[in-house]
Design a protein around this ligand. Sequence first.
Ligand code: 0RA
Length: 647
Amino acid sequence: MAEQNRNYTADDITALEGLEAVRKRPGMYIGSTDTKGLHHLVWEVIDNSIDEHLAGHCSKIDLVIHKDNSISVTDDGRGIPVGMHEKLQKSALEVVLTVLHAGGKFDKNTYKVSGGLHGVGVSCVNALSSYLKATVHRDGKIHEQEYSDGKPISGVSEVGVTDKTGTIIKFSPDSEIFDSVIYNYTTLSNRMREMAFLNKGLRLNIEDQREEKDGKYKSQEFHSEGGLLEFVEYLDESRTPIIDHPIYVVGKEDNVEVEVAMQYNTGYTENIFSFVNNINTREGGTHVGGFRRAVNRIFKDYGRDNGYFSKLKFEISGEDFREGLTAIVSVKVPEPQFKGQTKGELGNSEVTGIVSRAVGDVLKAYLEENPNQSKRIVEKVILAATARNAARNAREMVQRKNVLTGGGLPGKLSDCSSRIPAECEIFLVEGDSAGGTAKQGRDRNTQAILPLRGKILNVEKALEYKIYENQEIKNMFIALGVSIEDRDGERILNIEKLRYHKIVVMCDADVDGSHIVTLILTFIFRYMKPLVEQGYVYIAAPPLYRVSKGKQFRYCWNDEERQEAVSAYSKGEDDSSVKIQRYKGLGEMNAEQLWETTMDPTTRMLRRVDIVDTMEADRVFSMLMGDEVPPRRQFIEENATYANVDI
Ligand code: 0RA
């Protein structure tokens, strides 16, 4: 037994785990094999190039999506070393690409992205690629090695001379491992833009060779000299700022670098985005804690010392200092510890104080030196506190009234009979008439219908207390069984009593319909975000056409399917016995048709609403629903496929 009881050390385990293990259980290494995992491969390679930049050796990263969805990442860093690795008797290049966790630097440079949150190394990318080629410019020569399914198919060969340094990794994700191997340009370019803002001076280019326009590939170049200052301006493009320039903080203590930019706008939402070593920490953590602490402390002191708060009849809470605040908190930490559900939360406790001191010092000086700007912020804080107080009263009124009347469900709700939330669905349906059809067509055991009247309130423009006066919104809260509660002065959404685990927004497949979907999603995004985060929110997809010939028919969801159906049914050209019905709205379908096409869980298509990129989602919502017209117009023009369906 002695042999089996022997404790393996970390080194042993690393040596035991081959790339085969990655291929067997990809999810363990890159999270999933859906599109998220697919894009993870690119982040992994880019993170290594970013490390070269952080070490001071790389100024440019180029990303190319090739026609066949293979990816190239080119950097002008030092190049992966190609010399012999004595212990393993292989070139260092091969070690980096085939040994798990060897992808990191051999030298101990300070801030590493790889080994952080993504951190599985380029060897994982290699393991999950049917083909990979590494090209290294180093020591005056060009070195190359090719791999298939993670295994080298050649030694490292010298293929030319060069006066540059750098690395090119070209890879084709394995289509037997990933559900889909089609890359999303927007996902990739958003991350490149983010990287440019986070790494002042670094140039990042992206080119999509799958799409050609006027003889040119789709491409973008990202480069920011302003860094986080420009990042905040970009995020707030559609909002109206209340101070002349964002407040900017840089600091360093105990090898922890702090960079923060913050701006107040006339809106009502709090948007704090945070990064650790360039990686987005979606769940926040100690750095965000430190930031909030400083904002709270400094504004409280300032407001009190200048007599601003003396006449108030209620307490100012932390939230009030953050209403209309857009901020980016970026820290560089030598050995970050991540925790939380998705490892998206920074755990290092020493960071709280470091950020709080850095931000506190700058903010204090700013308030003292800029009394006019400061007055604007404090007045906004007071307004926020007043509105929050009014909102709480309005909200409690709705919630209390509901208790007084016996906690009744809205009269408009046609509830399902099951009381098991996991199997229950609620359809939020545009209009009473479509609601009626849905009510007849549904499975009354598990499907509830809540009709919503016309356009619901645009919450992006409304003050919070106003939304509780809106009948449709009240109905949604009560029907869903969720409530907003105050806990330690912070608003949280209580979803313990959520009555349905699928919330399906069902609207007409036309421009008005998609506008209503956007309004409903804006409301859910702003006031019930946990429902989206936990994957409870869906959009129904009613068909656009019904193509029929005699008794045969097919439903079609797009023009391609329609053409297919027409040609399948047609005997010759212009066969007049083939009929095409264009569904303008849900109301044109009868109950049975609506069930078959849109509601039947065994055949319908639902799109899950997923906040892949909260930051971009927030920007898009504020743009689509806010005050400023020009960016909205531009966005709609660039993304008009949705809006065109009815033309
Ligand atoms: C190991 C050691 C060194 C750099 C790298 C790997 C490296 C990896 C990648 C992946 C993509 N681009 C990359 N660039 C560099 C340090 C090299 C040295 O000390 O000269």
